[in-house]
Design a protein around this ligand. Structure first.
Ligand SMILES: Cc1cc2nc3c(=O)[nH]c(=O)nc-3n(C[C@H](O)[C@H](O)[C@H](O)COP(=O)(O)OP(=O)(O)OC[C@H]3O[C@@H](n4cnc5c(N)ncnc54)[C@H](O)[C@@H]3O)c2cc1C
Length: 340
């Protein structure tokens, strides 16, 4: 049984995979799906994903998006079990299988657990700092704990009942603390959790508020079961503002939709053009890279804006993508910014 965290974990998974016939990953979130694809790529033909929630990536995509994703995973030979709760793990010394609360059994000789973040808050607990009911050091908007001399940032910090599992919010938290230590004021106001799944070869993305519906918003859905494409956008009732969305099977429009959403840019007269005509639709809407404001965040991991990149080209003479990466650090984290 393995966790999926460090390079040492990956080396152990890699070694064990050489002898394993079946692999199970607990957790159908971003990392769990990446881990399942890695098991497959390591030659384990019988690979399963177990998800407790009724759909995959429950924090990012809706039921219909999850259905298309499950279909795509099946085509890759990854079997998905949603709404499954593990009751026990079978075997002595080595794993033999798993029993679920519905009484079913799945035989396996390898298990990777990727079921969320467990904040390393043991030091804080020992010091008597306040921690959340499910772990995480409670912080306010200044990133201070209940002891005003102690800050907490990153995945160990619990801000507004939320643990952020991405590097970008961690950098922002660090900036909040550094700014205050330098004598200026800065608060952490939460962080955009828009995301795009990579590595697995299937496009999955969500941005803004992917689930908003009902009286608060209008939704347009495009679904193509044949090609395995699902696109959903949510926009304000007056059709002027993009509020969020989900993309499965084709996330080419992700970066542009994210910027339109974040910067409250004007939408085309028919918002459907945003997902049907993808880039052309965005261009019609007066968007496109040229229309992006200077402070549009192009690389959220490294906090690189459009202006930073323009300055690297015009001011520093960077003429290749590699030169821009070296100069600005854009696309050197998760690599997502490459697509621009
Ligand atoms: C497989 C994997 C892939 C990921 N991919 C992405 C991605 O593509 N994009 C993205 O944005 N995020 C990604 N993440 C999440 C990202 O890695 C984390 O959000 C980020 O590393 C959190 O930073 P941190 O400094 O809070 O914690 P960590 O990076 O975990 O660093 C905390 C450090 O503190 C040490 N430590 C713990 N307790 C103590 C103690 N008592 N004393 C001293 N040291 C201690 C730990 O050993 C560790 O080295 C990924 C995570 C994983 C596991």
């Amino acid at each position: 049984m393995f966790v999926y965290r460090t390079i040492e974990d990956l080396n152990m998974i890699w070694r064990h995979a050489a002898t394993a016939k079946t692999a199970v990953v607990i957790g159908g979130g971003l990392l769990g799906l990446e881990a399942a694809k890695a098991c497959l790529d390591l030659g384990i033909k019988d690979t399963h994903v177990i998800e407790f929630a009724p759909r995959l990536m429950p924090r990012q995509i809706d039921e219909a998006g999850s259905e298309i994703l499950i279909q795509k995973l099946k085509e890759l030979d990854i079997t998905t079990h949603t709404g499954k709760n593990t009751a026990a793990i079978l075997g002595n010394e080595t794993i033999k299988g798993m029993i679920f609360t519905d009484g079913t059994i799945l035989s396996t000789d390898m298990l990777v657990i990727s079921a969320g973040i467990k904040p390393r808050d043991e030091l804080a607990r020992a010091c008597g700092l306040t921690v959340g009911p499910r772990g995480g050091i409670v912080v306010n908007d200044h990133m201070t704990t209940n002891d005003e001399h102690i800050f907490a940032i990153g995945e160990c910090a619990l801000h507004n009942s939320m643990i952020y599992g991405l590097v970008a919010p961690g950098y922002e938290m660090a900036d909040v603390v550094a700014t205050q230590l330098a004598g200026a004021a800065k608060e952490f106001a939460g962080f955009d959790m828009s995301t795009k799944l990579k590595l697995i070869g299937i496009d999955v993305a969500s941005f803004g508020d992917p689930f908003i519906s009902g009286d608060e918003a209008r939704t347009i859905v495009y679904r193509d079961n044949h090609r395995g494409i699902y696109k959903r956008i949510n926009f304000s009732n007056d059709g002027k503002e993009l509020l969020g969305g989900v993309l499965v099977g084709d996330a080419e429009a992700y970066n542009m939709l994210l910027q339109i959403c974040k910067n409250k840019m004007a939408l085309p007269p028919d918002p459907m053009d945003l997902i049907i005509k993808a880039k052309e639709g965005a261009a019609d809407a007066g968007a496109g890279v040229v229309a992006l404001p200077d402070d549009a965040l192009i690389c959220s991991c490294e906090g690189v804006t459009k202006l930073d990149i323009c300055n690297a080209v015009t001011g520093e003479g960077c003429e290749t993508v590699d030169a821009i990466k070296k100069c600005t650090k854009a696309a050197t984290g998760c690599g997502g910014a490459h697509q621009w």
